[in-house]
Design a protein around this ligand. Sequence first.
Ligand SMILES: [Zn+2]
Length: 258
Amino acid sequence: TQTTWVYELAEPTSTYLITLQIGRYESIRLPKSPVPMSAALPQRLIRNFEYDFGRQPQMMQLFIRLFGPYPLSSGYSVVVTDDDLEIPLEAQGVSIFGANHCDGRRSAERLIAHEMAHQWFGNSVTVRRWRDIWLHEGFACYAEWLWAEESGWRTADQLAAHNLQKLRNLPQNLLLADPGPEDMFDDRVYKRGALTLHALRRAIGDANFFALLRDWTTRYRHSTAVTDDFTGLAANYTDQSLRGLWTAWLYTTELPAL
Ligand SMILES: [Zn+2]
């Protein structure tokens, strides 16, 4: 006897975002979420999960408010594997975490926010060329800071100052607009990308900044984009020239001041 399983995704999906997760998992649904949310995880981790991932519905609510509607009709799931994973990973409509990210101390909440934000930045709006990877990782990292602010842990301002200081102690030989294949997922791409967005937010103000993000996710929904698309769109949200800001943050290796 033979069983054929058919999986269907309603929205356009990049091939790198397809994943198949198989394990001895329990399936649970998360209550009180603005979009359907579920999880698949080993029975032994359910207790930790309910605490560690318990604020995902609020996170989802915040991101919908700031980034626009959740891009997928099928909801959002997380898988927690029985093994530890070095880092979690996003896929289409699902994020995969390791057992170590479910330790009962909420120590991975930053990463939970990061992976969820990829559903907008990376999965729905996808880079056309890998050199523009900051459009995924810088944005997802900035979403971590936005959640930190919302949850009352740290303000985005505090996290920006802290991370800028940390970057100053690292080699300043990375070009954010084209980090090269070796440094594509270097942590400096994440942090400098987030700092670039924070600098932009300061320059154009909160109302314009978040309107721009929603315009970005709407205009390039289920589509691909490059850095010039973002800087071009940003120009609609201010009367001042942003050229100096982009040159300093994207096209120069040395770190500017915030
Ligand atoms: Zn990421």
